[in-house]
Design a protein around this ligand. Structure first.
Ligand code: NAD
Length: 258
């Protein structure tokens, strides 16, 4: 096979949680450009529908479904709707996530539970529901969106629940990779550094000077453009990564090197 063919996702069905904006939207575009049909699943159905219709304009099938990843029954329904509509579920990208800055000593129980519920427990529900279908068909690739915050502790902002959730995503990814390798289901994680998305822009509203500090600590001297996640996602989803499972692809402009 010519190396370009390894990246071809024609005929494959991908489900992208959190696909209505930010990194999820960019990965949905990348998967579509590589030939997949993409299902956008997000809490925000209006925005998910806008993204799905822009993917349709690229000449590919795409639909939007509403999901709250913290609700196990909704996650299972979305996976079953995808399979009954397209017969396959080959790729899962788990991009639904939230962030918050709050000092540990001031963090409420609600703050802690919300971030862990969405970023870790919800992500597990998605992997479990999609994984069952992939195991049944003996084929699948899961790309969990972790963060460099799962490896290093960010500075100067305080986000212990977020960092904990993302290191949980990394260890969950490795655990599932080990359990599901025998079923031909690969499970990998992408660990982005600071990417200029709405999540980051919203956090920066009160403390815009943090962006300058982050750039100073990043060897490449800049934040990532959201579109820079498209190709790494397609790589992990595709046959180009056929012997790669349980790995964490860090894309952070060098932030965690030192
Ligand atoms: N932007 C960054 O710098 C950065 C860096 C590292 C990791 N990440 C991770 O990447 C992922 C995407 O981040 P982003 O910057 O694109 O964020 P974003 O806020 O732009 O998009 C997140 C999406 O998730 C959806 N969502 C939130 N809660 C949900 C729920 N309970 N169920 C379903 N959907 C839900 C939102 O509606 C939104 O569309 C997150 O997991 C985030 O932690 C982001």
């Amino acid at each position: 096979m010519n190396v370009k063919e390894y990246f071809d996702l024609s005929g494959e069905t991908a489900l992208v949680t959190g696909g209505a904006q930010g990194l999820g939207e960019q990965m949905a575009i990348g998967l579509t450009e590589a030939g997949a049909r993409v299902v956008i699943a997000d809490l925000n159905l209006d925005k998910a529908e806008e993204v799905a219709s822009s993917l349709q304009k690229m000449g590919k099938e795409s639909i939007a479904l509403q999901i709250d990843v913290t609700r196990k029954e909704q996650v299972e329904k979305v996976v079953s709707d995808v399979v009954s509509r397209f017969s396959t579920l080959d790729i899962l990208v788990t991009s639904a996530g939230v962030g918050q800055w709050v000092a540990a000593e001031e963090m409420s129980e609600e703050d802690w539970r919300k971030v862990i519920d969405i970023n870790l427990t919800g992500l597990f529900f998605c992997c479990q529901a999609a994984g069952k279908e992939m195991i049944r068909r003996k084929k699948g690739s899961i790309i969990n969106i972790a963060s460099m915050s799962g490896i290093a502790v960010n500075y100067p902002q305080c986000q212990s629940h977020y960092n904990t959730s993302k290191s949980g995503v990394i260890q969950l990814t490795r655990s599932l990779a080990l359990e599901w390798a025998k079923h031909n289901v690969r499970v990998n994680a992408l660990a982005p550094g600071y990417m200029q998305t709405k999540l980051v822009e919203d956090l920066l509203v009160k403390l815009p000077e943090y962006a300058e500090q982050w750039k100073k600590y990043t060897p490449m001297g800049r934040l990532g453009d959201p579109s820079e996640i498209k190709a790494p996602c397609v790589f992990l989803a595709s046959q180009a990564a056929s012997f790669i499972t349980g790995s964490v692809l860090v894309m952070d402009g060098g932030y965690t090197i030192w």
